[in-house]
Write a new protein. Sequence first.
Length: 251
Amino acid sequence: MHRFHLPVDHWESATLDSKESHHCLQVLRLEEGNRITVFDGCGRESMATIGSIVAGKVSLHLTASATTPSPPCAITIGQAVPKGKNMDLIVQKAVELGAAHIAPLLSDRTVIQLDSDDSSKKQEKWQSTVIEACKQCGQNRIPSVALPVPPRDFFQIPPQKNALLLIASLQPDARPIKTVLKDYRQSHNAFPKDVTVLVGPEGDFTPAEIALSKSHGYQPVTLGPIILRTETAAIYCLSVLAHELFTPTQE
């Protein structure tokens, strides 16, 4: 069944916005009486029937609603923006793997450098990509996408209390993610509720950036003996964290 984003502030009026109405009517050729699914991006989903169509806007009759619970851990991925369209892929996979926040980073080795206007446009584009990915994969919670910033600016944002902070690293002191998670659980007697993982660009973060991350509490983690492309590294990290934290064993 076709899925559409119906933001929280549109839920009472039950009317799709111009973009979603256009997709509904002009792209999918849906008509009055057709049934669809809508979600508000905060976990709520509802069955709906297309009602009236006025001035190109689609009004809906909402029926049964349900709420998807939040994952037990909020995962933030701080991704150094790669070249080409690889960031779009990373954003899509971050949605599918349950990331709560996506923080694009402009590291010293990032090929693409953006000014403030470009950064705003990229953020808007990636947020749109997030919504489309949510529609396709059945995710009812829309991850937020931050403005791209240098790592030094990102580190100025205070993390959540007791957050686990990780950085993918090729350095010899890096440890497996599962080992770091085990140590966290032993020291806190619980699994982390918030995790941030940083993934570098082509060529990795600079030694200075890695040192800066460590000074802010980030722990280096290894992704194995094979050097991964940045988009592969992002998917690897999110997959391992989702596997370990969304359905953790109690052993």
